[in-house]
Design a binder for this molecule. Sequence first.
Ligand SMILES: [Zn+2]
Length: 314
Amino acid sequence: MKSAWLLSVALAAATFSTSARSQGLDYGRIEITTDQIAPNLYMLSGSAGLDPAHEDAAGGRIGVLAGPDGILMVDAQYAELADKVLAAIRRISSAPIRFLVNTHIHRDHTGGNAKFAKMGATIFAREELREGMGNAARPSDPAAIPVVTYGMGEPVRFHMNGEIVDLIPVRAAHTGGDTMIRFENANAIMIGDYYRNFGYPFIDINNGGSLKGMLEALDATMKVARADTRLVPGHGTIIKRADLIPYRDMIFAIQEKVQQMIAQGKTQQDVLAAHVTSPYDSTVPGGLLPAAGAGTSADRFITEVYQELKGGGK
Ligand SMILES: [Zn+2]
């Protein structure tokens, strides 16, 4: 099953990546597909092979909890796809979209915020995410900015459609304002982008992410999840708790290697040239594909690890 997915992703990437990259993102060609993962819980994803930043599926995955109490959405995709996302939601339910939760600030997760807010959805997110939107990532439409915010305290809890939804804050990991969203009865957790299985880990330092926080977030997820809980990343395939262990081990091993090279006085260029991810390259699909602003996703990851270790020695 997993290898079949990897193969299909590899084929999609091989077939489309060149044209997608040379033409930029062609939103018109992206379709939204819907997977029902529990009686009232659905996951919406964009087409494969059309988004150079996410060859596996365009944009970020959306969660939709639907039922008589209305709709709760998790994340909102690129703004350019909002109409297609809405159409996909309307194929599930005609109920009002009451709540929208953002796992983190990136525009492939928050771009559609304004559209759904104007339809009446109240946006929930971490205070750090809202603050971030006041800075570099300021949205063009103020309606995109979260209305209800929370910090690192107790989870925010929704009771609707027979489900209990917990917004569980995560320490600065992929960004400074990450949340995992647990659906207790469906036994599923949406984990945003602090875990990924397409490309190497992405620690967005410019948006407050950290290596230390990413490791803490993985530990926190292992505590919250049961062995059979489905963990739904923003990109890539749905996993189980056991899949987090080799991922965390890989981050630890690379951290240790980079730390050793820093202790030997190596520069960032030296560390990048040493290809310290090479033991993992064959098992990380998309790991050597280009990543925005930093060579490959392996180069981006190593740069982030180097800068955090060099900066704070954490
Ligand atoms: Zn992201």
